[in-house]
Design a binder for this molecule. Sequence first.
Ligand SMILES: Cc1ncc(COP(=O)(O)O)c(C=O)c1O
Length: 369
Amino acid sequence: MIPINEPLLKGNEKKYLMECIETGWISSEGPFVQQFEEIFSARVARNHGIAVSNGTAALDTAVAALDIGPGDEVILPDLTIISCIGQIVRAGGKPVLVDTDPTTWNMNVSQIAAKITPRTRAIMAVHIYGLPVDMDPVLDMAEQNGVKVIEDAAEMHGQSYKGQPCGSLGDISTFSFYPNKHITTGEGGMIVTDDDHLAAECRSLRNLCFQSEKRFVHKRLGWNFRMSNLQAAVGLAQLERLDEFVARKRRMGRRYTELFAGIPGIQLPLAQTEYAENIYWVYGVVLKDEVPFDGEEVMRRLHAKGIGTRPFFWPMHEQPVFRESGLFAGETYPVSERLARRGFYVPSGLALTNSQMEQVAEALSQVMR
Ligand SMILES: Cc1ncc(COP(=O)(O)O)c(C=O)c1O
């Protein structure tokens, strides 16, 4: 089986982990956590980095730090991971969805303006699969309407928008370090911001809102979302190789595009837009309308040939968890509905070899016949 993802852990990971073991610093109090926060946030040109236990925790913390509460509206893409919406709903806020751009697969920013109301508190821009959201219109609309921007850069390590690092574009921005990301800590995440108040809120929320004067007396409910020194040790070693990893992913993306070029009936990722060059977090494929079967069928056929795949995200408005409460009743988002049913991605991990990519292409070409 060619796995959908396999990370590369051949740098200083072992050395830094041994340092944790030998010094006994394994908890979140260890020195690698702060180092990782400082180096990572500097890399994305931010003043503060707050390491957390995963990318979902980073989003939950960011939404809570912005005090999104009952009745507050947050505009976000319909086609994304459930992590984006969880804390908005739990806090009693109202998620407001926009459809997807059919070529970049990111949120359709031209639909945002019509969704802004006096209750809008934030726009959550989520960069997916390798290209960033077109951020200038998002930032302009946010400024004109006095709303905050939450930037979910979970998949965008090393990517930039018009030369500015992804992660530097929101009032508050988040990352994930799950092993399928360009750099990993096993499980992990990071919140980055320039805002001193938001940074302090996030630090407090990630650490159960313990108080410095009276530790076990709490003015607010937080979470234990701390990152351990062991995870930060791996993260630091991975960060040393980020440029190499991004270059490798770009080469892999270009190679898949060459290999898939002759296969009929498939839409491939854009190599670039006017504002960014694809970093191919994953290599997505969308079946064109003339193909008489759907993505699930292709994934089943590829699995039978030993090729791992994953479907695209499933639209938020079609999630059973929200149907019961009537959230999104009657709403339709045709582009995300189509992409969810006809889109999937092929093995995209950093450890993938050229010959494995050739095998994937051969298998895809056979199953599309
Ligand atoms: C866009 C996006 N946001 C958030 C997350 C959540 O990150 P994690 O899996 O670390 O909780 C992911 C995970 O893949 C993601 O792709």
